[in-house]
Design a protein around this ligand. Sequence first.
Ligand code: BGC
Length: 672
Amino acid sequence: MGGEDAIYRDPTQPTESRVADLLARMTLEEKIEQMHGVQREPIDHLYQTPANARLGIPGFRMVDGPRGVRAGKATAFPVGMARGASFDPDLERRVGEAIGAETSAKGGNVLLAPVVNVLRHPRWGRAQETYGEDPHHLGVMGAAFITGAQRHVVASVKHYAANSIENNRFTVSATLSERTLREIYLPHFARAVRAGVGSVMSAYNRVNGTWCGEHAQLLGEILKREWGFDGFVESDWIFGVHDTAAAALAGLDIEMPRPKVYGRRLLAAVESGEVPVAAIDDAVRRILRIMFRFGIFDRRPQLAASVVASAAHVALAREAAQKSLVLLRNENALLPLDRAVVRRIAVVGELAGRKNLGDHGSSYVSPPYVVTPLDGLQTLAPDAAIDPILSNTPSAAQLARIAGADAAIVVVGLTTKDEGEGQIAAGDRVRLELSAVQEQLICDVAAANPRTVVVLEGGSAIVVERWIERAGAVLLAWYPGMEGGYAIAEVIFGDVNPAARLPITFARGADQLPTFDNEHDDVDYDGLHGYRLADAAGFSPRFPFGFGLSYTTFAYRALALESAAPPRDGTLRATVELRNTGTRAGDEVVQLYVGCTGSRVERAPRELRAFARVRLAPGETRQVVLDVPIAELAYYDVGGRTWLVEDADYTAYIGPSSRELPLRASFRVRDV
Ligand code: BGC
């Protein structure tokens, strides 16, 4: 039994034959043993599932997470939200590949990332881990990460589904309509499945009253049957699953990190007939399939330790930071600062000298070093007189020094004290604004020196109304990772032309946002949040979704559709002529939104359907081609339980943000 010549041990055999052969050799106890982790605390930084020596099953070695590997020293990349702002799937693929490589080098074979949850409200404590508010953008970025990471390990996309609040994450139920679920909270998970993701982590919360780890519709019906996901689902840690039979029958394949409701209870449930052996076989088949498919069973060698925080990965962390910084405001072209003219620079605020990389919850990463904004500015302006005033309450004498400088750079924002994972870190934000002390700091510095640049750190949208008009320039740095300080300085001095865009709406206040309730156990999620809400309600947010400035300018012209009546099973192909009309090279994020007029269902006025980040030399003109599969314009028809592309009038809008869409073209969808 299980001898050297067994089919399952032969790597040249088809995966499904190996799975069937191995499954047939396993006892019920052995199968059930594969369906849970071994213990609550990680071993060598890795959460493990059991090895089976008799049959040579190696077990999984799982590790977080979305901004780098949480295992000893590792490269700390900018957080997911920052990388979302890059609107650069190719960059995200490379980041995924680097984190996947480091996971392998640490002995891991499952990476607990990416996070693709919708940012419904900026107070969500884990906002920084996801990519933004829009399902299309989330899906494209998440799929890119998965493609990269899975060159080395299995990626586990999380948290499935509708996980957008921290403080009550173990109890809350999101009530949403079938349409909202399908159209807003699930498409990005479907895209992850299409990208070949090997694992899905179920969320802690409930959806329409049922725990996500026990949700037959979400797990069995939609994920596995409808989307054809053939990998495994594991629970979120410790509190993600409650009822043995409900979870097993729904399609929860692995309970992590230890057997609380699985293990002997699952065995008893099978023995009593409550859970059929077929359900166990299905789960184990999925587990084994992924072990074979990803070379885990065949002991694919782990990568060398030298890849961890290698020069190439550190350079990638810097590139990711450069491509993630969003220039929100630049009055009178205050930025970039000219090193030849700006000789004396006051660098102000506690955060200027602080390592501020983001949450200390499960997404924590410990890099070998961190470049703070002050470090970056000092290194990249070695000849300038940099005056660090690392206080949020400068004295009169310090304010006089700030007034006498050629420019002031104030670093403010959020930290792990303001936002993070629930229970083990800060949880949800209590306020949308900066602290009163920081707001006062900005006002005082700007009053002293009109050439004030605000560098803003944090994981999601910040309400800036009390001070924004006073700042000369505002650069949103997010949590920019271990090399972030260099990238900040490079943008400030113009070595890098900023091009990132907001992947979330920056509202003017809570009245422009959906309600956020992290105290009650029942919350309603409708289909309108972010730019969809702003557009539907006619709000003008402070900074719209997709917005970001550059040091150059771009002109859009000649939008052309390949067909004004593409077939239902076809693609809308839009071409636009983009020209860099400024004097610097720069990247532009071309965005295509589609709206439907006269729809029979209520829809957001416009939805993002495609985007492309393109680099243009000064004066260069480029034809940018954007494709939208017509099937993605469908709405979910609840009655018919199917997706329907309406025979209706549509408009394609193209431009640099959700609120600046200078070109439009109409089309109809016809029957083939
Ligand atoms: C988090 C997951 C994480 C897991 C393991 C949970 O509390 O919600 O995102 O992967 O812990 O650390």
